[in-house]
Design a protein around this ligand. Structure first.
Ligand SMILES: Nc1nc(=O)c2c([nH]1)NC[C@@H]1CN(c3ccc(C(=O)N[C@@H](CCC(=O)O)C(=O)O)cc3)C=[N+]21
Length: 287
């Protein structure tokens, strides 16, 4: 059994990104990311600060826009518009969730698809489903794929079982593995006999948001187990969806929480911002 070290894999990818950014900067093309945080929920704040730190470490341009919880939808839309037309900004991320008086879809759709480094805009979702190479793929699924590839296991023809069907993680993760020629099963809260399904998984992806929903009896021996859960316990401790201690000896590869998928998510955001910068530059050269 190996524990997949997300921090280490992330570090290796960031080193490559840092070189690439250096080259881009020499050509006067510094990738820039704008992160918009509405309200000051402590967990959101800490993710956003981690994103800023990663940008700085890589020598990227970054802007953090903190807006009050009470901001109107119109004012938030205006803020997005200003980054849409800002030449220094290649990527725009609006930290989710947003306060309930704001329509999330409307906000996401206001970001121009060329700067939607989260890959949440319907245009990017459509492009991803169609297999278009110029689609932004959501950061967490991209991080998951990188980790699975790192194991050296073949993905083609394997059975991937995804538990959870969120637009942000579960749904796009399944699509991404389908593109890698895996057979994909989606499970969710209405799935009958969940265990019967999860036991089929050569690769099991848990993205539900409930501690220990994946127990040892649900895992196929020798499976690759990817834990996407980010659950904050009352003790303040962070835990995943997978009963890690019980499963680690049964799985061939397993990701821990913290230190697994989380650090990869942020790294893939940096990766998408660099891509956004390169793609935008190309478009400018053509026109
Ligand atoms: N527009 C948008 N895009 C997102 O990508 C997005 C979002 N909104 N809202 C919230 C979720 C959650 N998310 C995480 C990123 C990194 C860690 C991460 O690095 N976690 C560390 C631990 C951090 C800690 O200890 O708190 C780890 O797992 O090792 C976790 C969660 C991105 N999200």
């Amino acid at each position: 059994m190996t524990v997949l070290d997300g921090k280490q894999i992330a570090k290796e990818i960031r080193e490559k990104l840092a070189d690439e950014i250096k080259e881009l900067k020499q050509k006067g093309n510094t990738p820039g990311l704008a992160v918009i945080l509405v309200g000051d929920h402590p967990a959101s704040r800490s993710y956003v600060l981690a994103k800023e730190r990663a940008c700085k470490e890589l020598g990227m341009h970054s802007v953090l826009k903190e807006l009050p919880e009470t901001i109107s939808e119109g004012d938030l839309l205006n803020c997005i518009q200003s980054y849409n037309s800002d030449e220094q900004i290649d990527g725009i991320l609006v930290q989710l969730p947003l306060p309930s008086h704001i329509n999330e879809s409307k906000i996401i759709e206001a970001i121009i698809p060329e700067k939607d480094v989260d890959g949440f805009h319907p245009i990017n979702i459509g492009r991803m489903h169609a297999g278009d190479e110029h689609a932004f793929i959501p950061c967490t699924p991209l991080g998951i794929l990188e980790m699975v590839k790192k194991t050296g296991e073949d993905i083609s023809g394997k059975h991937v079982v995804v538990v959870g069907r969120s637009n942000l993680v579960g749904k796009p993760a399944g699509q991404l593995f389908l593109k890698e020629n895996a057979t994909v099963t989606y499970c969710h809260s209405k799935t009958k006999n969940l265990k019967e399904q999860t036991l089929q998984g050569d690769i099991l992806i848990a993205a539900v948001g409930r501690p220990n929903i994946i127990t040892e009896d649900m895992v196929r021996p020798g499976a690759v187990v990817i834990d996407v859960g980010v659950n904050r316990l009352e003790s303040g401790k962070l835990c995943g969806d997978v009963d890690f201690e019980a499963i680690k000896s049964k799985a061939k590869h397993i990701t821990p929480v913290p230190g697994g998928v989380g650090p990869m998510t942020i790294t893939m955001l940096m990766n998408n911002t660099v891509l956004a910068s390169k793609w935008r530059k190309k478009i400018k050269e053509v026109h």
